[in-house]
Design a protein. Sequence first.
Length: 584
Amino acid sequence: MKYAAVVESYEKLEAHTGRLAITETLAGLLKETPKEELPMLVYLTQGKLRPDYEGVELGIAEKYALRVLQVASGKPAEHVRKAYVESGDIGTAAQRLLGEGRQGALTSDSLTLKRVYDTFFVIAKTSGEGSIESKLKELASLIADATAEEAKYILRTAMGELRLGVADYTILDACAVALLGGKGHRKVLERAYNVSSDLGHVVELAAEKGLDGVKNIHVQVGKPIRPMLAERLPTAQGILDKMGGDVVMEYKLDGERAQIHKDGDKVQIFSRRLELITPTYPDVVEYTKKYVTSKKVILEGEVVAVNVETGEYLPFQELMHRRRKHGIAEMMKQYPVAVNFFDVMFSDGEDFTGKPYTQRRAELERIVKQNEFARLVPAQRTKSAEEIERYMEEAITQGGEGLMVKDPKAAYTAGARGFGWIKLKREYRSELTDTIDLVIVGAIHGRGRRAGVYGAYLLAAYDPRKDNFPTITKIGTGFSDEDLQAIPKLLKPYESEVKPPNVESILVPDVWYRPKIVIETIASEITLSPIYPAGLDSVRKGSGLALRFPKFTGKIRDEKGPDDATTVKEIVEMYRTQNKKIRE
Ligand code: AMP
């Protein structure tokens, strides 16, 4: 197949705006292309060389593309740069410069689709010392043999700026028309694409083996599945109505989505965009090997930064430190994560994508040996809108973003946004600037490095009206090793076998303390919460207030007595101001 023929179709695609015309042109091009060259054509048309998950990147930087163009056109660097800036695109600049006085080849007998693709592939795979020079040599040799029109698309492709306006779904439509005899077969193609994420392979099979070949593409460990996506509805009742009155609520955690493929000892992790992110999370690889019992399995989970000693979820910003190429081992220690599984698509030889949520969750429960590093996302079944509201508050207090509500009957619909999952987020988020002084009323045993000392303290505000101390948060973050030694000593005299009568709490800590020691805290915000009684009913019936992502500032306020702690009324005020600020 001549590359000129491909370029001719690309020119037409660029000129069309209607989807129908685009599909027809593409279908024509697919028909014209020899079967064995179809994958190359499809990848190139997507602006890639291989499916994303293989991580084969072309990416020639702008300055190098300009240099190649300068050599090919024989024009001064300034001239080339000017043409580029004026046209705003490397392709148009190339077409102009090489067209002027016919600098480019007149015809391009030697330029085939295969040669262009193979050269790009070599460029992508060249690395190490001196690789830039050899990449540029390869690219220059293509341009030297290219007509002005061909050079336009070659350079655009090289820079990752093809922009033909052809969506993956349009390629599927064109494939149905050109290779399977009608648009009616688009659904089958779509399914094959959604479970394999490899468009070139799907089109090739359609050409070689027809409909049966495409139907034979199944979920396979090692090939990422295009992720199921959620719809959004504003109210709990709306979600219940949509799902027929019976739903499962899951915490919507704020981390990074990970699609994890395990085949014996081999574990691969794909991002939401299906790029390989295995090197970022060696810990998640270990946890999957150790704690997932199924030998061949595809799972999905949210990777979240955690406080190892308390098990608390930490804000998304903490996880961001892990997104880097170097020094991973160090970051792994500083920013530990837990993987929170929420789905399973394949397990021990069985495809689970067609099975209802309840069966998939049951399988997850069967195959994950849960501990603090490998957990299942908290979930609860309900028929009540009120319970959804409460669970949402709980999720937010615990560091989640809101809820993901799931239809217990729904299958895993790969690659599609649908009402099988509906997200319910609260509409605001803010940063609290004031510090809050709170009284320690309890302690929870630590684990990991904090085994033997307390992992978290239960804190209360002061309510002058009732002269008592309603709890408002647990806190495990911000304590230095010295703090962890010093604070228990301070508290020791106030230990109590029973809940002190002037403390109000739903949570029961491992140890109670009579309210005495005051510490200073900061938090990301104040939220409604069903598990803390501070400010109960003052904003919403049945809900109290809680701190989200609380942190010890390092200050023990020994100049303050417990009744100098921040009052419930002040906290209700802070909650209202915070929300007013958000609305403004
Ligand atoms: P959004 O990005 O707002 O459309 O929300 C979807 C994302 O929420 C997914 O891609 C996951 O990364 C994340 N997520 C967190 N918890 C869950 C959960 N329990 N179920 C599904 N997705 C979740």
